[in-house]
Design a binder for this molecule. Structure first.
Ligand SMILES: C[S@@+](CC[C@H](N)C(=O)[O-])C[C@H]1O[C@@H](n2cnc3c(N)ncnc32)[C@H](O)[C@@H]1O
Length: 385
């Protein structure tokens, strides 16, 4: 097995924890690699998203993504008729999507803009600084540390995220001799990383049982218990409104199929992906696909009702992406064609359009149907939660 490489200070901290504890769970390793204060991938001041970083997100691609979300939020605003309307974005990264949403609300839906508060919840100080800088022209923004800082059932409005849950640390499990094991990391005498298989903790076994997930013999895969906890925290804070989750992932029945025997865990470093988790620690992203059946199931336990599960292509098309295509085509200049090309990547089948899903959950809404769910993809296994 390989040696841990990457940010030396972080590598040494992880190694001493492993030595002290005789091994750490993969989840704890991933948590430190991504979020160790100031040294983790997301908490350090390294550029992550965009050309100079390691991966692109839809928010960075074009302002149309934010424009269409603004349109969706304006519809929700009119439905709720609340004097306390909030838009809560969790894990806003650099803050570009928030900028595009607020800018579009201000321009096209001034009544919503004037009567809403935009709240950002972000774990990385580096990203908070970037968000504050980018959003300084908007007066109705506020930052809070954690969703638990809201009073119970106090949010009226929309709680949304783009690529949040895929960035949570996950447990690694393997089925061997008909038993579910959990992967821990240890060190041998030469300080090489070794995998230690331990019987899986009860919470993992309960999760598999509750969601009716059958792990195949020999399969190694991930379990995102942090996502389970987080969707429940969200549900408890929402009084009335919508939870819109955009991310890549599948329902359980698709996520644990025979052709994903190695799970979905991947690292991103300078726009290349790999399965080398032990390299570039603190410098590379580690991510896994989201189990949307779990978000639905555990959300229901705290009163969140799922009203739709679609993909990005259908969601954005329902909201009017094609009108933007036509507008750009009619403008016909080089810049518009450039935008048109970039925008196509948001809806490409087999690409972002299909890979990214949108889950819509509601609480205390009588007529919950929204524009983003008007045109739905064919309801194959990939869409049955
Ligand atoms: C993959 S990035 C996505 C950023 C952004 N939404 C975008 O689309 O470009 C994940 C973001 O979620 C943040 N994050 C991860 N866990 C979080 C948590 N528990 N609470 C708040 N933010 C979190 C990370 O710091 C990072 O900014």
């Amino acid at each position: 097995m390989p040696k841990l490489t990457g940010n030396k200070e972080l590598v040494n901290i992880i190694k001493s924890k492993i030595m002290q504890e005789g091994g750490i769970s993969f989840r704890d390793f991933m948590d430190m690699a991504l979020y160790y204060p100031e040294l983790g991938y997301y908490t350090s001041d390294k550029s992550k998203i965009g050309e100079k970083g390691d991966f692109f997100t839809a928010s960075e691609l074009d302002e149309a993504f934010g424009a269409l979300l603004a349109k969706q939020f304006a519809e929700v605003f009119n439905k709720l008729n609340s004097k306390n309307f909030k838009i809560v974005e969790i894990g806003a990264g650099k803050g570009y999507l928030a900028y595009d949403i607020l800018n579009n609300l201000k321009k096209h839906y001034p009544n919503v803009y004037k009567n809403c508060e935009y709240i950002l919840i972000e774990k990385s100080q580096y990203h908070i600084q970037s968000q504050k800088q980018i959003l300084k022209e908007f007066e109705n923004t506020r930052w809070i540390q954690d969703i638990v800082d809201f009073e119970d059932e106090s949010i009226e409005g929309v709680i949304f995220s783009n690529e949040l849950f895929d960035a949570f640390p996950v447990y690694l499990i393997r089925k061997k001799n008909n038993q579910i094991c959990e992967i821990y990391l240890g060190l041998d005498k030469e300080e090489n990383i070794v995998e230690i298989e331990k019987p899986a903790r009860m919470e993992i076994l309960d999760y598999l049982k509750e969601l009716n997930i059958n792990i195949l013999e020999g399969m190694t895969t991930e379990i995102n218990l942090d996502a389970k906890d987080y969707i429940q925290k969200i549900g408890k804070k929402l009084k009335e409104g919508y939870v819109i989750t955009i991310d890549y992932g599948y329902p359980s029945r698709e996520l644990y199929k025979y052709y994903r025997m190695k799970g979905t865990l991947l690292c991103y470093y300078k726009h290349r992906y790999s399965e080398n988790y032990w390299e570039n620690v603190g410098y590379q992203d580690i991510t896994s696909h989201v189990n949307f059946s779990a978000l639905k199931h555990f959300g229901e336990k705290v009163g969140l009702k799922t009203i739709g599960f679609t993909d990005q292509a259908h969601f954005l098309t329902s909201l009017g992406l094609m009108d933007i295509f036509v507008e750009l085509q009619e403008q016909g200049d080089f810049k518009s064609y450039e935008r048109l090309n970039r925008l196509k990547t948001l809806v490409l089948p087999k690409g972002m359009g299909e890979k990214f899903k949108v889950l819509v959950q509601v609480k205390n809404i009588k007529e919950p149907q929204i524009k983003g769910l008007e045109i739905l993809p064919p309801q194959t296994d990939r869409y049955k939660l």
